[in-house]
Design a protein around this ligand. Structure first.
Ligand code: FAD
Ligand code: SIN
Length: 543
């Protein structure tokens, strides 16, 4: 879409203050911090994040990290479950890398101090989640992400090679001679632009759950990474596949509080308004079927019942076990008036994870030289059309480590001017004017939930695309100087990518369900949809 501006601001780096490093990492989630810790002994690293260090999706991860650890399990079984959940669109090579390198990554985390739950014998306890044929999820109670993130942060202190910048907003990639050479940054405290040049840039900016009014994702998840990469000309892939989590607590709060799939892994049931376990008979794994299948059955049950939720039933599990294994969920349910061991808890689906993203190879290289990416922001090929539960933290661990191994060859391709001799400038065409940002976000997020959510149709997708275009024509032509305004611009760009791809894919597969094309069509659609800013038409890539 050529009407997308290349940069969101006017600037000339000659007039900006300049920061130089070997490596510039955007994001302080599991992908960014793993990368920083792996590379900090060899390189000068700057890591920047738009909030405080722990303002990440990683912090909220509950269920855990999937890895074949038990005697009955193997990387081959983990591979099989991942490929099956991905509904024909996983990249076999990438999945093999993920499952084969998982155990090393876990051992590294343990050596850094991550405290996974263990039995009295000392053996790591493994949880069960949807789509897994056996128990393979390592966890720290129901706060696995917080345990991992705080351990990674604590370890950064031993690495003086890392400079951390909090509350700075990455606005756009700086490109020069068709290579990414740094990032244009908006310092929200000082209200000024700063040019960060680096020999290599790593994008680890997470997902886009905030495009949806009903989501488990925290406020930082506004799709900035995908929007920046798209503006800079990188390939973006499979954006139609947005995963909804089946069981978010059904209150009116935003973001919605997640109730981990691991609770169903411990035996909790899903019931409809007639108290029926509606997943039984639908799939051999019943409540633990892959997420996309459970979510669609929940939507059907809600419709049947005329309610905006179904029920999670853990009342047959002993109270003491629930309280010990899921302390955060226990407390939160209590706050809302539910005793997990006595009451059914209302739950409903919420946007949770972006399977698509910036296209990368198995070393995290994007199609834009100089730019690597890791974590949820990527389309690395491991999730296909539907991510297997708890494969996402693992993705950040495995692929960030691999990127570090290939950076040296990237440094050698830097233009001879070097990072201190390059300048970039741009004139943004647009005016400063008042726009009601909250209203625009609300309109967008409600449309995305209603029409680009779990069940989609051509007419509704077209209508939403028109709405996004109308909003974009004004918002993307306005000169802004506040983070929430830039975030809205990014959200509109990413919403358009999601909606456009969903409209193109005339079949149902994994998390993408078209009621007007309810069947999977391997003949026409066993392929990826790749979008690029300077191309009017998509690229279709056969699997
Ligand atoms: P994040 O952790 O989201 O980090 C992104 C970073 O980029 C943040 O620091 C953010 O501030 C920064 N950033 C973004 N934009 C900018 C910008 N413009 N400028 C500067 N900085 C920026 N997955 C599992 O595998 N297991 C689980 O148990 C699990 N539970 C989950 C529970 C919840 C409630 C949710 C929402 C997701 C869960 N997931 C889980 C998914 C998983 O947590 C995420 O996919 C993963 O943590 C993403 O890590 P990341 O490092 O890629 O991104
Ligand atoms: C959960 O704990 O249910 C979330 C796990 C995930 O998204 O991988």
């Amino acid at each position: 879409m050529k009407d997308t501006p290349r940069y969101l601001a006017s600037f000339n780096t000659r007039n900006l203050s300049r920061q130089l490093s070997d490596l510039l990492i955007i994001g302080s989630g599991i992908a960014g911090l793993t990368m920083a810790l792996k590379c900090c002994q060899k390189y000068k690293v700057i890591l920047l994040t738009k909030g405080e260090l722990k303002d990440t999706t990683t912090w909220y991860a509950q269920g855990g990290v999937a890895t074949a650890m038990s005697k009955e399990d193997s990387p081959e079984l983990h591979y099989r479950d991942t490929m099956q959940a991905g509904a024909g669109l996983c990249d076999s090579e990438a999945v093999k890398v993920l499952v084969n390198e998982a155990r090393d990554s876990i051992e590294n985390l343990i050596s850094l101090g991550v405290d996974f739950d263990r039995a009295l014998s000392g053996e790591i306890k493994l949880g069960r989640e949807g789509g897994h044929s056996l128990s393979r999820v390592l966890h720290s109670g129901d706060s696995t992400g917080a345990e991992i993130l705080s351990t990674l942060v604590a370890n950064m202190k031993s690495c003086p090679g890392i400079q951390v910048k909090e509350n700075v907003f990455a606005l756009d990639f700086l490109t020069y001679k068709n290579r990414c050479v740094g990032v244009l940054v908006f310092d929200s405290k000082e209200k000024k632009l700063v040019a960060y040049f680096a020999k290599a840039v790593i994008l680890a900016a997470g997902g886009c759950g905030q495009l949806y009014d009903i989501t488990t994702s925290p406020l930082i998840a506004t799709g900035d990474g995908v929007a920046m990469a798209y503006r800079a000309g990188a390939e973006v892939c499979d954006m139609e596949f947005i995963q909804f989590h089946p069981t978010a607590l059904s209150d009116k709060k935003s973001p919605r509080f997640l109730i981990t799939e691991a609770l169903r892994g411990e035996g909790a049931y899903l019931r409809d308004c007639a108290n029926k376990r509606f997943m039984v008979g639908v799939h051999p794994m019943a409540e633990l079927a892959p997420r996309d299948i459970v979510v669609r059955e929940i939507v059907k049950a809600m419709k049947r019942c005329g309610e905006d939720h179904v029920y999670l039933d853990a009342t047959h599990i002993p109270a003491e076990k629930l309280r010990k294994r899921f302390p955060m969920i226990w407390d939160r349910c209590k706050e809302d008036g539910y005793d997990l061991s006595k009451n059914l808890v209302p739950v409903s689906p919420a946007a949770h994870y972006m399977m698509g993203g910036v296209k990368t190879d198995v070393f995290g290289r994007t199609s834009l030289p100089g730019l690597h990416a890791s974590g949820e922001v990527t389309c690395s090929g491991i999730h296909g059309a539907n991510r297997l539960a708890s494969n996402s933290l693992l993705e950040g661990l495995v692929f960030s480590k691999r990127i570090c191994d290939v950076l040296k060859e990237d440094f050698e391709e830097m233009p001879k001017e070097g990072i201190s001799g390059i300048d970039v400038s741009y004139d943004f065409v647009g005016e400063k004017k008042y726009i009601d940002i909250s209203k625009c976000k609300r309109v967008l997020r409600e449309a995305m939930v209603s029409f680009v959510g779990v069940i989609r149709t051509q007419d509704e997708l077209r209508m939403t695309l028109n709405k996004i275009s109308d909003l974009s024509s004004e918002v993307l032509a306005t000169k802004f100087d506040r983070v929430e305004e830039f975030e809205l611009q990014n959200m509109l760009i990413v919403a358009r990518l999601v909606t456009q791809s969903a409209l193109m894919r005339e079949e149902s597969r994994g998390a993408h369900f078209r009621s007007d094309f309810p069947k999977t069509d391997d003949l026409k659609w066993k392929k990826h949809i790749i979008l690029k800013r300077d191309l009017e038409l998509p690229i279709y890539l056969e699997v």
